[in-house]
Design a protein around this ligand. Structure first.
Ligand code: SAH
Length: 291
């Protein structure tokens, strides 16, 4: 494996021989890349990885001689030019992105120039940091009769939010909110939740570097306290904010049970036992419609 500088040469043959794979590297733990993603890294002739967020360990499976480049100092134009050049030299070129490539990555901005250059592309999904953060905190993002909806969002920073998508508007639904890219704007997050009618006591969890071996931090607080708690813990980057009426359910005394595992509930794979009330009949529903 050799680390290259982002130079682009003009003497490459013009026809692409390879495909560029956009691979979700997962949230940080190198074991959370998919089997398919890892197999592609092992076969790659060239890898472009998102340096500040993709753990270097994710490229430890790169084969000897593979050209490995960190994209953290490159512009989008330099990245697409490099990928096009590498696709002319290697059959497997991998762009490793943090979490899932389809969430807050520059996937489409990179795919368009590759399409224009006639380079084939494919996307391999990854474990998003939203899922890794919920897992780290042993939280369920949906619960029966509490919320059945998850919103992935961010607050407005340099990227403006489209109309109707301000956190205040989204928070009015009182669903689970996974808030990306917003840890430095925690005051704004708390303000939006409050304006949307969330109680100052509503629970919020922040997970810093979810799944990164030895670096993960979990901070639990409320709408009123979370900003100060994060400041105390010196958490200023790479963090997921989860605000949800499901948080802490592990310790609840009463919990509406999922219908899927209800003994009286019939679905495609299991016949329910009829409950003791005479008129009770077990409803039938396909399992994918339940949780
Ligand atoms: N595509 C990525 C998101 C990239 S945007 C995904 O699916 O996870 C970068 C933001 O993702 C960060 O600002 C942070 O909010 C979140 N993030 C990325 N890795 C993280 C991690 N290991 N733990 C917590 N949040 C993370």
């Amino acid at each position: 494996m050799q680390i290259n500088s982002p130079s682009v040469t003009n003497d490459a043959p013009s026809k692409a021989v390879g495909k560029v794979w956009f691979v979700g590297a997962g949230p940080g733990d190198p074991e959370l890349i998919t089997v398919k993603g890892r197999a592609l890294v092992e076969r790659a002739g060239a890898i472009l990885f998102a340096g500040s967020l993709v753990s270097e360990a994710a490229i430890r499976w790169a084969p000897p001689g593979c050209v490995v480049l960190d994209s953290k100092d490159m512009t989008l134009e330099q990245m697409s030019a490099w990928l096009i050049e590498q696709a002319r030299l290697h059959s497997v070129v991998v762009r490793l992105q943090t979490g899932d490539p389809g969430l807050y990555g520059a996937l489409i901005e990179l795919v368009q120039p590759l399409d224009a250059a006639g380079v084939a592309v494919e996307v391999v999904p990854g474990v998003s940091s939203a899922m890794a953060s919920a897992a780290a905190a042993v939280e369920s993002l949906t619960l029966p009769e509490v919320t059945q909806t998850v919103i992935f969002t961010r607050v407005e920073g340099r990227t403006p939010m489209p109309e109707g998508e301000s956190l205040e508007e989204l928070a009015k639904h009182h669903t689970t909110l996974c808030i990306f890219l917003s840890i430095t704007l925690m005051g704004r997050v708390a303000g939006a939740l409050t304006a949307a009618g969330w109680s100052p006591d509503a629970p919020v969890v922040v997970v810093h570097k979810a799944s990164w071996p030895g670096e993960e931090k979990i901070v639990r607080g409320t709408v009123a306290t979370i900003q100060a708690l994060c400041r105390e813990a010196k958490i200023v980057s790479q963090s997921m904010i989860i605000a949800s009426p499901t948080l802490g359910a592990r310790h609840w005394k009463t919990l509406a049970k999922s219908k899927l595992y209800d003994a009286t509930f019939t679905h495609r794979f299991r016949r329910g036992t009829v409950a003791d009330t005479p008129q009770a009949t077990a409803p039938t529903i396909a399992p994918q419609e339940t949780s």
